[in-house]
Each structure stands twice: as C-alpha cells, then as structure tokens.
Design a binder for this molecule. Structure first.
Ligand code: ADP
Length: 248
C-alpha cells in the first residue's frame, strides 16, 4: 500500500527541567510505515522525546504533529493514545495470572471504541483479531497458558501484541531486547521489521548489533538534539558520533 508523507513531525522542540535543556531544538520526521531506531548515550534525551510524543511531557516550545492533521500539543495523553500512538516501556507489564488470550482480550477492551460491543462475549471479529495477533507475535501455542509462565522474551512479545490489539498507527518501543537471549533478539527483529509498513515503529535501543539488524535509518541523539541521521554504516562512521560514544 502507498504511504504519504510523515506520520510524525517534531520541529524545533525544546524542554528544560530546572533550567537544564533536556531537549534542545529537536527536529525529527518519521515517515508513515517506517522503522526508525533512536540511539544515543545516557541522558541524550531519548526518554524525554518519547514522553513529549505521548503527551506526558509538554515542551517549552516547538511543534509536534501526527500526520498533517493532529497538533499533538493541543491534546492530552489519552487523546494522543486514541489517535493510535502506542508505547511499550522497557519492562513487560502483562497480567501474569491471566492467560495470553485473556491479556489480549483485555488489551482490546482497553480500546474505548469497542466497549459498546463488549457487553456479552467477544464478537467473532474480535476473536479473529486476537488469533491474528497471536500469529504475529508467535504465541499461538501459548494461547491458554498463564502469562506468568512465559519467558522474558515471550512476555515482551505479548505486550507488543497487547498494543497491536488497538491497531496503532505508530508504536514507540523502549529497549525491546534488553535481557533477551540471542534467539529471542532474532525473533524480535523479525517481529518489529514485520510490523513496519503496516504501522510506523520507533525503537529506542542500546544494542548496536540489534539496531544494525533492523533499522534502515538510525537517528543519533546527543544533548537533546539530532547529532547524526542515516544508515547504521553512515552514522557509525560519522566522526561526531564516534567522539560522543568514545568520550562517554
Ligand atoms: P535518555 O533517555 O536518552 O537516557 P532522558 O530523556 O532520560 O535521556 O534524560 C535527558 C536529560 O534530562 C537527563 O540529563 C535527565 O537527567 C534529564 N531529565 C529527564 N527527565 C527529567 C525530569 N523529570 N526532571 C529533571 N531532569 C530530567
């Protein structure tokens, strides 16, 4: 399917905490369907950037647009989420006592648009959607097991699945492979690259091997603004980037 223009657009965004500029004239454009990796040393502003996109933190100035129609700075967190912006934090927060299926069911119910249809049992359509997501995240065989007995990697995939239940247009994913085995990392790479195209995915990640394996475009943040942007080969051979990483 043909995509048009950017899905996310940050222009000259700045925010200070007690006089310290955590985000400093940040410019960032994410194209519709793109898979983008954001890297940068600790304190570069990656988390704050995600907080600004989701409405958790208000910038002091600048603009943040979702598509060409939604000025995110006029909206609160729930309003922004309801546009289809999903965020996955580093630690998995699945409901351990519920089955994988029930976790996905609940995630669907969290979508206010389907509350009216949840009066009795899930519709066939909803069940189909859960089955579809189970295939995407590779957990079909674990459908009726409690989430608490899943491996760390499987919990991470389940949580991504829970976000997918809401059919997001943009997924923000914080350090998805932290604590994963090599094999789980490979599976996560497949999952995230498979999602891109259908939705846009922004991944903050420290593992450079993983970043190299998934990203076409990498954005390097440093001191709250973009230090370099391009392919992994381009940014990793950029003297400014080398200096920042060797200097820390
Ligand atoms: P990263 O995620 O890249 O490690 P952060 O966005 O967490 O960076 O932080 C950027 C800078 O802003 C850091 O120096 C951090 O200490 C500071 N910072 C972030 N959030 C707050 C806050 N709520 N209050 C004060 N300082 C903050």
């Amino acid at each position: 399917d043909v995509r048009h223009g950017p899905i996310l657009y940050l222009e000259d965004v700045s925010v200070s905490f007690d006089g310290f500029r955590a985000i400093n004239d940040l410019n960032l454009t994410i194209d519709d369907g793109e898979l983008r990796c954001i890297i940068g040393p600790n304190g570069a502003g990656k988390t704050t950037m995600m907080d600004i996109i989701t409405g958790k933190t208000r910038p002091d100035h600048g603009s943040v647009w979702f598509g060409s129609r939604h000025d995110l700075l006029t909206m609160n967190e729930p309003q922004i989420a309801s546009l289809g912006i999903g965020r996955k934090f580093q630690k998995p927060t699945v409901f351990e006592a519920l089955t994988v299926f029930e976790n996905l069911e609940l995630a669907m119910a969290a979508d206010k648009r389907i509350w009216p249809t949840l009066t009795a049992r899930l519709s066939g359509e909803a069940r189909d959607r859960i089955d579809e997501v189970l295939v995407t995240i590779g957990l079909t065989a674990h459908r009726d097991r409690p989430a608490g007995i899943l491996s760390h990697g499987q919990k991470q995939w389940l949580e991504i699945g829970m976000l997918l239940m809401q059919r997001p247009r943009l997924l923000l994913v914080d350090e998805p492979v932290a604590g994963m085995t090599e094999q789980e990392m490979e599976r996560t790479a497949e999952l995230l690259t498979g999602l891109a195209g259908k939705q846009s995915v922004v991944v903050v990640e420290h593992d450079m091997g993983f970043v190299r394996s998934i990203a076409r475009t990498v954005t390097v943040l440093h001191q709250g603004s973009v230090l370099a942007e391009g392919s992994m080969d381009q940014v990793s051979s950029d003297p400014k980037v080398v200096e920042v990483y060797l200097g820390t």
